[in-house]
Design a protein around this ligand. Structure first.
Ligand code: 86X
Length: 516
């Protein structure tokens, strides 16, 4: 593949592209300018295009596998640094268990593995030789880790045992793969903890969920709903599942952002994870598990991106400020370039992630588009007039607002603007999400809201049969509606409120919708 070179003519190598559309795309590729799909017109295509043009993702020759480029990895690392420090405060320790799972160990979890079995990838050969015993690649690590929990936990002094690992997992999905959102290999952290009492486990479930909320809301500037999964949607191996749920307005789909499970004693039973308490009595541990993955990054792209490309929240952006010289025919080019370097020095010493783009073979306009495509929150332009007035021009990626800042006040103002961008990205996303929330009382209202791509809050009787029935009645090309979660923050439920689907007395408000 050839790298697009700025403002050069389309290469003759590609002149076999004969359709008009192909030619249009080819020019865009060569100039690096603009997206050929619009977010509100062709969301799926827009998404695939923006993750590639923004240099986050490169497609790979195995379906469902993607290259995560530095622009992606730096976001992951920022979230990782935050989460890792927080769980260390909670005395959770990092570890690493092997990628490979023996079939015997995988089978020990038969009951809940059954449904997942088609997704497990296997190693069957080394070189040309068939392996006597095939080896599975971890889709999650319960079966890998819990035999050792059984070994390591003997008495109450061994508790709590609180481990986390940062790793990759493989799930051989067959439904439509999407970068970050549904890939066959992805990165995540998985936490696995064991306690003497249910109370300790319960408390941790919510502490972790709060960290997940903070990753979405404080770092990625995405509003989420905290809540509990229905019996049908929870992790079948566990006692209960909590989650943070995000929403993608363009597709009208909910998306599970991260999960924090209380496993109860189910796995303790299966894996014989027992301990002896102070009084010499035998007990089984209470366990939790929790995870968030690189899916977070896909949600960020879908929520904030626009027709010019990615829009990165300052807190996670690898570059927060890009400084671009705007030389003019007879201007003092060296003076301008020096001012750019000086600006970078000042801002980076003040702790900002800042770079200049001093490349001489690209025009300022091309650079603007390029860094807009990559979603850099703030652009600083320095031209002859700025140089003369001892100022810089600052342009926001999120709303294109421009302001001239005196060099003397640079650090303070940049700090303030970046913080404003972070806040207003969240506020804009929240306003948009809130507009998509529809409170309904009846089946008719529910169906209307569903076809209007809403995230639906409805009174529900909490019966599994009714949820299955809703799924069946809403089946269609776009996929069925299901429960997203029952929010912890419950609106008042007046006495006598009926379930929107069954007409029985409602027990709670629950979010419903189509989902990823
Ligand atoms: C469920 C449950 C749980 C630890 C988490 O959500 C947090 C971190 N794990 C994961 N799950 C599976 O158990 C599973 C198992 C197999 Cl064999 C599979 F192929 C796919 C799976 N997907 C999800």
């Amino acid at each position: 593949m050839e790298k697009g070179v700025a403002e050069s003519a389309p290469s003759s190598k590609k002149s076999n592209a004969n359709s008009k559309n192909a030619k249009k795309k080819e020019v865009k590729k060569e100039t690096g300018l603009g997206l050929s799909n619009k977010k509100d017109e062709n969301f799926g295509e827009w998404y695939s295009e923006v993750v590639v043009s923004g240099e986050m993702i490169e497609y790979y020759d195995i379906s469902g596998c993607y290259i995560l480029r530095p622009w992606t990895m730096s976001i992951w690392e920022t979230m990782q640094a935050f989460f890792d420090a927080e769980i260390k405060k909670m005395k959770i320790k990092n570890c690493y268990f092997p990628l490979f799972v023996s079939p015997g160990v995988l089978q020990r979890e038969k009951d809940h593995i059954e449904g997942f079995a088609p997704e497990v990838a296997w190693v069957t050969k080394s070189g040309d030789t068939d392996l006597d015993v095939h080896i599975a690649i971890r889709p999650t690590s319960e079966t890998v880790m819990y035999p050792y929990y059984s070994k390591w936990i003997r008495g109450h002094r061994d508790l709590p045992l609180k481990l986390n690992q940062w790793c990759n997992v493989v799930r051989w999905e067959f439904s439509h793969p999407t970068p970050f959102i549904r890939s066959r290999e992805f990165l995540w952290q998985e936490g696995h903890t064991a306690f003497a009492t249910k109370e300790e486990a319960d408390e941790e479930v919510l502490q972790i969920l709060e960290l997940y909320r903070r990753i979405y809301e404080e770092f990625l500037a995405i509003p989420v709903v905290k809540g509990k999964k229905s019996e049908l949607e929870k992790f079948a191996g566990g006692l209960y599942t909590t989650s943070v749920e995000a929403f993608i307005p363009n597709t009208g789909r909910g998306i599970q952002g991260a999960t924090s499970h209380c496993l109860g004693q189910n796995f303790a039973k299966m894996f014989e994870i027992n301990f002896e308490n102070e009084k010499g009595e035998k007990g089984m541990v209470w366990q939790n598990s929790w995870a968030y993955s690189t899916r977070t990054i896909g949600v960020m792209v879908m929520v904030h991106g626009d027709d010019k490309g990615l829009v990165m929240p300052p807190k996670v952006s690898s570059i927060q400020v890009i400084v671009i010289p705007v030389p003019f025919k007879d201007a003092d080019t060296k003076g301008i370039f020096d001012a750019c370097s000086e600006t970078v020095k000042t801002l980076s010493e003040a702790g900002f992630r800042v770079e200049d783009d001093l490349r001489e073979n690209y025009s300022p306009g091309w650079k603007y588009s390029h860094w807009e495509m990559k979603g850099v929150p703030l652009r600083i332009e320095i031209g002859p007039k700025d140089l003369a007035n001892k100022q810089v021009r600052v342009v926001r990626r999120d709303n294109s607002a421009k302001v001239d800042i005196p060099v003397s006040n640079l650090v303070e103002q940049v700090k303030e603007i970046l913080s404003k961008i972070q806040d207003s990205l969240f506020e804009a996303a929240k306003e948009k999400r809130d507009k998509c929330i529809e409170k309904v009382k009846t089946w008719d209202e529910f169906m209307t809201a569903l076809s209007d791509k809403k995230m639906i809050l409805a009174p529900w009787c909490d019966e599994e049969e009714v949820e299955k029935d809703v799924k069946a009645r809403t089946k269609g090309e776009a996929g069925a509606a299901k429960t997203l979660c029952t929010p912890f923050d419950q609106p008042e439920l007046p006495e006598g409120t009926l379930c929107f689907a069954s007409g029985k007395p409602a027990k709670k408000w629950t979010y419903w919708g189509r989902s990823y």
